[in-house]
Design a protein around this ligand. Sequence first.
Ligand SMILES: C[S@@+](CC[C@H](N)C(=O)[O-])C[C@H]1O[C@@H](n2cnc3c(N)ncnc32)[C@H](O)[C@@H]1O
Length: 277
Amino acid sequence: MTNKDLTEKEYTDFCRFLEQHCGIVLGNSKQYLVRSRLAPLMSEYKCESLSQLVKKAMELRERALRAVVIDAMTTNETLWFRDKYPFEVLTQRLLPEFADLKRPLKIWSAASSSGQEPYSIAMTCLEFKEKNPGMLKYGFDILATDISTSMLEHCNKGEYDNLALARGLSPERKRKFFNPSSTNCFSVKPEVKKHVKFKQFNLLDSFNVLGRFDIIFCRNVLIYFSPEVKRQIFANFAKVANKDGYLMLGASESINGLTDEFTMNRCKAGIVYQANK
Ligand SMILES: C[S@@+](CC[C@H](N)C(=O)[O-])C[C@H]1O[C@@H](n2cnc3c(N)ncnc32)[C@H](O)[C@@H]1O
């Protein structure tokens, strides 16, 4: 693999462009990553070189190509019940606290990728309601957002092959919450799906359009952002969090030195942050 298609200046310009549009900080010497993610787009967009493709994507009028390039540069890795502990914290601590709510519980999965996170949250809430009849009487709504429209299409379809399902989903949950669809594929049952709404949303944009939430999951995306961008996003989370609302981050992420609008709560299963409201 060679980097000959992108000069140092082109690479630096592309890094700046990427950070401006989606927050991702590429860092030094990641030309190989740009090449491996973007080279497959060259023929589709009739570009003879990587530098031509990158230049075109950075032109203001090329909105569609820009979205495709940003989509290709994001990491969509995810799995069912990822890291286990957030879902244990949800069951053992957060859902019991909200159990007597006189309105639907509002949950936001803020970088939902292909849907495993919001659907795992929905399954956890359904299991909780089943074990605790009369609790969460007014139900729960989950908003799943991501910058990537292709990921959101995947979420919305709610169909997964056996390979994707094998990553974190137990056979019991597969039987309980999925219906067989096409060959080797299973669809999320309507009673799970009806709790999840999808919306394309860039975490760098204004949060005014979103409403308020009791629980925000934002996991494994802030690691790609600069401290300044994280600070801004935490400030925005604090604005859209309800009183006593919670923020769940990824296992390697923290609020340390970035916000004092949330307090760390150490539960038996793991860490969750609570809004200081
Ligand atoms: C690694 S996945 C994490 C998925 C899930 N939260 C999890 O922990 O398994 C990161 C997701 O963040 C999304 N993303 C990246 N930049 C974003 C931005 N600026 N706004 C919203 N979503 C973004 C990507 O499209 C990708 O689907």
